[in-house]
Design a protein around this ligand. Structure first.
Ligand code: XIL
Length: 342
């Protein structure tokens, strides 16, 4: 009995406090639905066992992206072996709760299994890619709203990234990946996704040129994913971002904001820092909503409790709209206010 009380009053204390206050916290989902906006977060399968996580997710979002479990290393760990557990759990959860899913990602240079490095010829590479895309896209046919068919295929200098796929196939693998994804699920929207391509710069120029030519060649590409992993201590160049979105949209493409997080240079940010972060989120959502073809806005994480930022950017953190105890931050209220605007 004593142990029971100790448990209740220590570990779950923040939880109880939040649950009591939870009625006062507005939720975003209904407002997003009304605006025709898909608002979301990436998820890991084990988070879906946590009540507080699920509750916050369902109150606020209408789309999710598997953070890691559709990546090649996890879903196709050996040449003749797929592991569907994590991805299935996420897709089933989405179906059950009426959420859309962005599939992420079919071709990347990171988080690949070692056996990929044994591929030696172009023919073998294309065969392996085709089999992978047919199998993964085929399994989730009809259940995925949009696929990040290829991820980060342009390098920081604006050249095609020198991945194993590029070394063996040049850019032909990108065209082919889109064709195979379209064949495997004709109703999924197909995206090319990348980071540091949000404003106009040499990387977004290169991506733009690829898209323009690919469309002319008849490659079935529906849109561009702007990851938006950005820093929150300075404001981005909104005008340049607007121009960039506009030029992709004028090619007939959609723009999805696929992985936004606005990281702060501190794990214990000040009020001012949090307010500037809120302002950046607000301006970026407003900017996206200027375009009918930019109606997807996905955070790369729901709570600062689970975020890749502190692990990948030393000294940076607090990048999301809920804090580590699922409390809404100023950025949450910025998003709320934008969604409440007429
Ligand atoms: C990150 C995940 O968040 C981490 O958990 C993982 O360890 C590494 O990958 N661009 C992408 C995402 O397209 O897949 C990455 O996700 C973040 C950068």
């Amino acid at each position: 009995m004593k142990r029971f009380f100790r448990l209740i009053f220590s570990a779950s204390m923040p939880l109880i406090v939040f649950l009591m206050g939870s009625n006062n916290i507005p939720s975003l989902r209904e407002l997003a639905d009304k605006k025709g906006l898909l608002l979301g977060t990436c998820v890991m399968p084990n988070y879906l066992d946590e009540d507080m996580y699920v509750k916050t997710l369902l109150a606020n979002f209408n789309i999710i992206t598997p953070e890691n479990h559709m990546k090649w290393g996890l879903i196709h760990p050996e040449r003749n072996k797929y592991n569907w557990d994590g991805a299935d759990k996420i897709v089933n959860f989405a179906e059950k709760n009426n959420l859309k899913v962005r599939g992420h990602t079919l071709v990347w240079h990171n988080q690949n299994p070692n056996w990929i490095n044994e591929i030696k010829t172009k023919e073998e590479a294309l065969n392996v890619l085709k089999e992978h895309i047919y199998t993964v896209v085929g399994r989730y046919k009809g259940k995925i709203y949009a696929w990040d068919v290829v991820n980060e295929v342009i390098d920081d200098y604006g050249n095609f990234r020198n991945s194993i796929w590029y070394q063996l196939c040049k850019e032909e693998y990108i065209d082919k990946a889109f064709q195979w994804a379209r064949e495997a699920d004709p109703n999924a929207k197909l995206f090319i996704n990348d980071y540091n391509i949000e404003p106009i710069n040499r990387k977004s120029d290169a991506l733009y040129n690829y898209c323009k030519d690919a469309i002319k060649r008849g490659v079935p590409i529906d849109g561009v994913g702007f990851q938006f992993h950005i820093q929150g201590d300075i404001e981005p160049n909104y005008e340049s971002i607007r121009k960039n979105m506009k030029r992709f949209i004028e090619l007939g493409l959609e723009v999805h904001i696929t992985e936004i997080d606005v990281r702060l240079p501190s794990l214990k940010p000040s009020k001012e820092q949090l307010e500037l972060q809120g302002k950046i989120y607000r301006r970026l959502l407003e900017l996206a909503l200027e375009f009918d073809k930019a109606r997807v806005f996905i955070f790369w994480g729901l709570t600062d409790r689970y975020s890749w930022v502190p692990h990948f950017f030393k000294g940076w953190g607090s990048a999301l709209i809920f804090d580590e105890n699922y409390q809404p931050k100023p950025a949450f209220y910025s998003i709320l206010e934008v969604l409440q605007e007429k």
